[in-house]
Design a protein around this ligand. Structure first.
Ligand code: MN
Length: 196
């Protein structure tokens, strides 16, 4: 059985930036639906993270659906881990690399938000690293995962309308500005610092 991560905080923890109802529906209805779909499609054969890299091992007629639902689980797992009641800036080697790549944290934030504003349709904006420790900010459509492109996702913001519509309606820019009060780079820093 594939599973989603436990939400690392309560439904109301991201208030007033993201309301309790949005987190509840997003986690219990949207996120878990990808898990239910994947478990109907395949039985557990390999770790979730390996599915995008080894998609060719599945029957060709199911690959699209398997990839979509595996991506839906993985991307949401990372999204929940990228937020917290208590915000935390990048640290250690990740902080050094962000400073080297973007000049400083404030520039990095602006670049990230600008990239997210430019995403058309549904998808995510990611901070990723390649296997040589180079950072990039990239957009992925729908439930595509950077793992399919041999990149390691470190941090992400969900930009599907269901992530913000109840509170922000069409105001995606306001969601993006506000969410920075709840971003947490502890997992991103740990992943990066362990890799390099
Ligand atoms: Mn979502």
């Amino acid at each position: 059985m594939y599973n989603v991560i436990n939400l690392p905080y309560s439904y109301h923890s991201l208030e007033p930036i993201i309301d309790e109802k949005t987190v509840n529906i997003h986690y219990n209805k949207h996120h878990k639906k990808y898990m239910e779909n994947l478990n109907k499609l395949i039985s557990y054969k390999m770790p979730l993270e390996e599915i995008p890299k080894r998609i060719n091992e599945f029957p060709i007629m199911n690959r699209g659906e398997i990839l979509y639902n595996a991506g839906g689980i993985l991307n949401h797992n990372l999204y929940w881990q990228s937020l917290n009641e208590k915000s935390a800036a990048p640290s250690g080697k990740l902080l050094n690399k962000i400073n080297e790549t973007y000049g400083n944290l404030s520039n990095f934030k602006n670049e990230f938000i600008k990239k997210a504003q430019n995403l058309v349709g549904s998808g995510y904006t990611f901070l990723v690293t390649d296997h040589n420790s180079n950072l990039s900010i990239i957009n992925m459509p729908n439930q595509e995962t950077p793992l399919s492109y041999n990149l390691i996702p470190l941090f992400t913001i969900d930009l599907w309308e269901h992530a913000y519509y109840l509170k922000y309606q069409n105001n995606k820019n306001k969601y993006l500005e506000n969410i920075w009060h709840k971003v947490n780079f502890n997992i991103a820093s740990r992943t990066y610092n362990e890799l390099f």
